[in-house]
Design a protein around this ligand. Structure first.
Ligand SMILES: CCC(=O)SCCNC(=O)CCNC(=O)[C@H](O)C(C)(C)COP(=O)(O)OP(=O)(O)OC[C@H]1O[C@@H](n2cnc3c(N)ncnc32)[C@H](O)[C@@H]1OP(=O)(O)O
Length: 628
């Protein structure tokens, strides 16, 4: 049996023994005796265990003599700077900031919202929260004020941490006005906003604001607070099918156990090696594999403030690998497609020494075989697609660089990760056979590290994830498992779309668009895009008196979605139509429109109200250049 099969067999034989052994990799104040606790459909791992997350992430490496080793390397082509922080430095920064939090009245269990660009202080802030048992909630900088306000209202933080600006190619994003707008919109008002002033654009501070350095100045360094394993470490909001984001809760003990296992067995990392997740701390990849997992196992993590292209060229990733001797790079396929478009022959790679690189991992959206094979030929290392979600917190399907790599099948996300009991079910909850597409579901319990619930919303958790197939967690994805056990993800079964690895709700965009006084009704669908994977396209039916203004209303709608949701929503295309295709009961046929726009075969539902509307939609699409 291979290492992978051994792991699989031990997990199947006794999940509790398997995860108890994995938990032994952490430093516990009280090692758990209750490994898995069940109450109805709610499962908790390591319920009576106690530990400090921050001790496991930082202090224990210092105690073990790794204090001088680089813990965090900030590499910013946006500012032209590189700065390395050792574990000693990290301990100093984090414990002083944690002390400042305590001085400002933040206690264990209090929430702290972090709305910041990719700067070291954002990482210090996350770690300072976990040092004192406060619960951070990081909001991605590409979200606009209204989205931030929704998260502030749900998380009800004591503090909000932000920066004067973020840096995007060609523009400076002033965060402070966005924060001010969010605080105007939110019902909950935090005690204080702490603002990191960046020299590229300084913010005007007002009453209720503190400047970062002054906030930390003179604070007594805080010690690690020991928490229950089941206490929340963070809340990370993810798009739901409506405009209301879901607060995914991550607990301490289960998460750290799972991350520690994954770093060794999936990514094949050892202490002292450099690991680079080229994502953003606002996403779960950033939480798990920029911040928590690499530090937990004593690696050096890279915090990259830049893009795959344009900062300054398509060799940017290869330069970072050489400079920091990166062993594993984790990125989204959209980044590879962007590099491939600018540098199809991969000539920039030849300028750099990439001999340190062992594996490239891809996630965030389905990896198209073309990009995966292109990267494999270019880099000469295994390129591994793997699949997981904000909800799972760590990989659920993948391959095992540490336990023993299995053959890569381009197009498939890989094999199930021990802990995740995958099944493909039809709508009657029946198991489908190999190769048949159905709902991808995971038999409960989920392994440690996955969301135990939604923030203050257990009913919402059950409704969203546990009711479709009783006894199973619904992933929201359709897919199939082949005869060799490889799992392929085909599409979402709901109205979420994945734009450049950003999970977005078409429902939220529809909410913004339908608020326009001239819009009678609308539908937003995700249409295939060669670089971003998908792009939203909006179909709008305008009131009769507005039809002549369709072009200018389209521009207003694009601007509104950008202003209300954020630039990542990337809505660039609005098509005014006379009517939308619907079933007789009034349900808009978004799936059918999507298939038409993508040039895929489809069968109109038998319940369609007026099939002639499909011909009209086909004409509109064709006028706009779809299918591409
Ligand atoms: C496995 C579990 C998961 O799935 S977790 C999610 C994993 N997903 C990821 O890691 C995301 C991967 N994608 C990326 O990193 C980016 O899309 C890459 C590939 C780097 C391309 O970036 P970019 O060229 O900016 O395109 P984009 O589509 O991301 O951005 C669209 C517009 O939004 C803006 N934006 C982006 N980030 C921010 C930010 N932090 N603050 C402010 N604005 C931001 C971009 O500038 C862009 O704006 P514009 O429309 O060009 O004006």
């Amino acid at each position: 049996m291979s290492g992978y099969e051994n792991h699989l067999a031990s997990w199947r034989a006794s999940p509790e023994t398997f995860w108890k052994q994995a938990a032994e990799q952490l430093d516990w104040d009280i090692f758990p005796t209750r490994i898995l606790q069940q109450n109805d459909d709610i499962y908790r791992w390591f319920a009576d265990g106690r530990l400090s997350a921050c001790y496991n992430l930082i202090d224990r490496h210092v105690d073990a003599g790794r204090g001088e080793q680089a813990a965090l390397v900030y590499d910013s082509p946006m500012t032209g700077s590189v700065k390395s922080y050792s574990y000693n430095d990290l301990l100093d920064e984090v414990s002083r900031l944690a002390g400042a939090f305590q001085r400002a009245g933040v206690e264990q269990g209090d929430r702290v919202v972090i709305y910041m660009p990719m700067v070291p202080e954002a990482v210090f802030a996350m770690l300072a929260c976990c040092r004192i048992g406060a619960v951070h909630s990081v909001v991605f900088g590409g979200f606009a004020a209204r989205e931030l306000a929704k998260r502030i209202d749900d998380a009800t933080p004591k503090l909000v941490l932000s920066a004067s600006c973020g840096l995007e190619p060609g523009r400076v994003v002033a965060y402070k006005p966005l924060l001010e707008e969010a605080l105007d919109l939110s019902t909950h008002k935090p005690d204080l906003s702490v603002i990191l002033q960046r020299p590229e654009h300084e913010a005007d501070l007002q009453d209720g604001d503190a400047e970062w350095q002054e906030f930390v100045e003179g604070a007594e360094p805080a010690d690690c607070v020991v928490t229950k394993a089941t206490d929340p470490l963070y809340v990370l909001y993810t798009s739901g099918t409506t405009g209301v984001p879901k607060g995914v809760v991550r607990d301490v003990g289960g998460y750290l156990t799972a991350l520690s296992w994954s770093m060794k067995q999936i990514y094949g990392m050892a202490p002292g090696e450099a690991y680079w997740a080229a994502s953003d701390i606002g996403w779960v990849v950033g939480h798990s594999y920029i911040v928590y997992a690499p530090l937990l196992v004593g690696c050096t993590t890279i915090l990259y403030e830049g893009k795959p292209i344009g900062t300054p060229d398509p060799g940017a990733f290869w330069r970072v690998i050489e400079d920091h001797k990166v062993k594993v790079l984790f990125t989204a396929p959209t980044a590879l497609r962007a590099i491939k478009k600018e540098d199809p022959t991969g000539s920039y790679k030849d300028k750099y020494d990439l001999s340190s690189l062992r594996h490239l991992f891809l996630a965030g959206e389905r990896a198209d075989p073309d990009s995966l094979i292109w990267a494999h030929k270019l880099l000469g290392v295994p390129v591994i697609d793997h699949w997981w979600q904000t909800e799972t917190g760590w990989p659920a399907i993948g391959n095992f660089a540490g336990a023993g790599l299995k053959p890569v099948k381009p197009g498939s996300a890989g094999l199930l990760v021990p802990g995740y009991d995958f099944h493909v079910l039809n709508e009657d909850h029946e198991e489908l056979s190999a190769g048949q597409i159905g709902d991808l579901a995971i038999k409960l319990p989920l392994p440690p590290g996955c969301l135990p619930t939604l923030w203050h919303n257990e009913e919402g958790f059950k409704k969203s994830y546990l009711t479709q197939h009783p006894g199973y967690y619904s992933t929201g994805d359709a897919g199939f498992i082949d005869e060799d056990g490889y799992i392929s993800i085909m599409s979402r079964t709901d109205d979420l779309i994945n734009v450049a690895g950003h999970r977005l709700s078409t429902g939220a965009m529809e909410e913004v668009i339908s608020n326009h006084p001239k819009v009678a009704e609308c539908a937003v669908i995700g249409v295939n895009d060669a670089i971003k994977g998908a792009l939203p396209v909006a179909f709008v039916v305008l009131f009769a008196d507005a039809e002549e203004d369709a072009a200018s209303i389209g521009k207003e709608l694009i601007a509104s979605v950008r202003h209300e949701i954020g630039p990542v929503a990337a809505l660039k295309h609005v098509i005014a139509v006379a009517r939308l295709p619907k079933t007789r009961s009034g349900k808009i046929l978004r799936g059918t429109m999507r298939s038409m726009a993508n040039g895929e075969e489809f069968t109109p539902p038998a319940t369609i109200d007026d099939p002639a509307i499909l011909d009209e939609i086909r004409d509109y699409l064709s006028n706009e250049g779809y299918p591409q």
